[in-house]
Design a protein around this ligand. Structure first.
Ligand code: NAP
Length: 265
C-alpha cells in the first residue's frame, strides 16, 4: 500500500515541504491542514492537493509532517493524539524540540522523526539532518529520507548532533549572507558599481562552493591554486588571517550550537 502523506502547518517551511514532496509523492497522496482557511484555498488552487481538518488529516495520512512553530507544537500534538496509532509516523521540523518531548504527548509506539532543515530547502538546495526515535522502522525512515532528498542534502545523524547541525547548516546561511554583503561592500570600496559588486559577490560564493562540490578537492587545495607567490590573493588572505577569519567562523558555529542547546532545554 502506498503511504498517504500529510503536512500540518503550511507556512514557509510547510509549503517548501509540499513543493519538494509533490514530484515524489503524487498530489493524490498528499493532504494538508492549516489554521487559515484562505491559505488552504490558495494551496488547493496552486497545487491541487486535498485540504483537511487536523483530525481528518491524522485519520487519512500514514506519515504526518508537522511544520508549525515550536511554541504551537505541544497543543497540536495533544489535538492529534487520540487519532494516532503506531502504524503512523510523525515527522517534525520544529527547531529545538526533542524527540522525547514529542513522544511524551503521543500514544505508545508512535514513531517520531525529527528533521533540522535550513532555509535553502525553499529552493531545493537545503541541508537536512534527520534523527529517528526508537519506534521508527528502518523502512519508514528510508522512505522519509528518500522524499526529503528532493529538497537538498539529507543525512541521518544521532539526535545529540542536531545542535551542532543547527550551528552549522541551520544558522550558516545567515553567515554566508553577511559575507556576501561584506564582499560586495569591499567591491564598492574598491570602485565597482554597487549592483555589479553584489552580483559578482553572489556568483563568487556560488562558484567557489560548486568548485569544492564538483572537484571533490579540499578547500585548502583550491585556495592554494588561486594564491600565487607575491600575488593579489595572498595580500587579501593575510588580512583575513590577521582578522582571525577562520576562528571567527568556528566560534560563530559553536556559539549558535550552544544557544540551540540552551533553547532546547
Ligand atoms: N522557515 C525556516 O527556514 C525554518 C528552518 C528550520 C526549521 N524551521 C521550522 O519549521 C517550522 C515552521 O516554520 P515556518 O517558518 O514555516 O512557520 P510559519 O510560516 O509560521 O508556518 C506555520 C504554519 O502553521 C500554522 N499552524 C500553527 N498551529 C497550527 C495548528 N494547530 N494546526 C494547523 N496549522 C497550524 C500557522 O498558522 P498561524 O500563522 O495562523 O498560526 C502557520 O500557517 C518551525 O517549527 C521552525 O522551527 C523553519
Amino acid at each position: 500500500m502506498r503511504e498517504r502523506v500529510g503536512i500540518i502547518g503550511v507556512g514557509a517551511m510547510g509549503e517548501a515541504l509540499l513543493k519538494g514532496l509533490l514530484p515524489v509523492v503524487s498530489k493524490e497522496m498528499l493532504v494538508v491542514a492549516d489554521k487559515a482557511a484562505e491559505k488552504l484555498a490558495k494551496l488547493k488552487t496552486a497545487y491541487q492537493v486535498e485540504s483537511q481538518t487536523v483530525s481528518g488529516l491524522v485519520q487519512k495520512a500514514q506519515v504526518i509532517f508537522l511544520a508549525v512553530k515550536p511554541q504551537d507544537l505541544t497543543a497540536l500534538l495533544q489535538e492529534m493524539a487520540s487519532n494516532l496509532t503506531p502504524s503512523k509516523t510523525i515527522v517534525s521540523v520544529a527547531a529545538g524540540v526533542a524527540i522525547a518531548k514529542i513522544e511524551k504527548e503521543l500514544p505508545e509506539n508512535v514513531g517520531v522523526i525529527r528533521v533540522m532543515p535550513n532555509t535553502p530547502c525553499l529552493i531545493n538546495e537545503g541541508v537536512m539532518a534527520v534523527s529517528a526515535g526508537r519506534h521508527v522502522s528502518a523502512d519508514r525512515l528510508e522512505l522519509v529520507v528518500s522524499w526529503l532528498q528532493n529538497l537538498g542534502v539529507v543525512r541521518v545523524v544521532p539526535e545529540e548532533l542536531l545542535d551542532a547541525v543547527t550551528g552549522l547548516s541551520g544558522s550558516g546561511p545567515a553567515y554566508v549572507y553577511m559575507m556576501i554583503e561584506a564582499l560586495a561592500d569591499g567591491g564598492v570600496l574598491a570602485g565597482l558599481p554597487r549592483q555589479m559588486a553584489l552580483e559578482f559577490a553572489v556568483q563568487t560564493v556560488l562558484g567557489a562552493a560548486k568548485m569544492v562540490q564538483e572537484t571533490g578537492e579540499h578547500p585548502a587545495v583550491l585556495r592554494e591554486m588561486v594564491t600565487s607567490p607575491g600575488g593579489t590573493t595572498a595580500a587579501g588572505l593575510l588580512h583575513l588571517e590577521q582578522g582571525a577569519f577562520r576562528s571567527l567562523l568556528q566560534k560563530a558555529v559553536t556559539a549558535a550550537a550552544k544557544r540551540s542547546k540552551e533553547l532546547g532545554g
